[in-house]
Design a binder for this molecule. Sequence first.
Ligand SMILES: [Zn+2]
Length: 277
Amino acid sequence: MIQGCIEGYAFSMISPRLLLPILLLLLAGCSTVVGTGRSQMRVISSEQERELGEQAFQEATAEVTIISKGKEARMVRRLGKRIVEAAEILYPSAEAESYDWKFVLIDDDEIANAWAAPGGKVAVYTGILPITETEAGLAVVVAHEVAHVLAHHSAEELSHALVMNGVLSAGGAALGGSDAKTREIAMQAMGIGGQYGVALPFSRLHESEADELGLFLMAEAGYNPREAIAVWERMAAAQEERTPEFLSTHPAPENRIDEFRELMPEAMELYEHSPYR
Ligand SMILES: [Zn+2]
């Protein structure tokens, strides 16, 4: 497990004086991703993660119109709730019930996107609805976003950014309160303020992890997982006219579809036994 946490750091680039504190911090922050069992390194607390996510959500939604009434807004909230309940059943150690979840629909037909801020705030733009088409189709996208949250992908990326920026150079102590420098790096790492929402493109690893967890979550929530393939096919087709914003942070639909096909037997098993069916 420890090896997974210290992989990817160019230790030869780190000054010998900082090597031990950094190593200790990496080891202290070593944890396991729910579902996949991968080791990840997080040096910010869940509390800090939540706080940053809340701030990111406020900033990203400050100048948009949130639709709170009507069929579509209700659908977003309903399926969000079902996916969280599925997470509680499927991955109890993720403690999905302890998050402050919020699922909102943003009124913008021009933006085909969805994103999640760490800590459980998920936003869907009306512009993605023609691609997702059905409730199960939208569940593909929302479950993928919920999976990013439960796997703490933002916190992991942020931790790497903080370590690489030498934020811990003050003796290597674990990060204290969210001081100005931490906050600045956090906002950068999460890509706040960009037109495409809160998240920067995640790494390939995080994407396939969110695809996998998301597929199982939607299946457990009683949405047909085969819809995942259909949605990514529609996403690829939509690209011929204009690249959906979701694809600017989620590249290569073709590779995803192959992965979904591999995971489908296990997902169908969950779907067949879903309490929602
Ligand atoms: Zn993603």
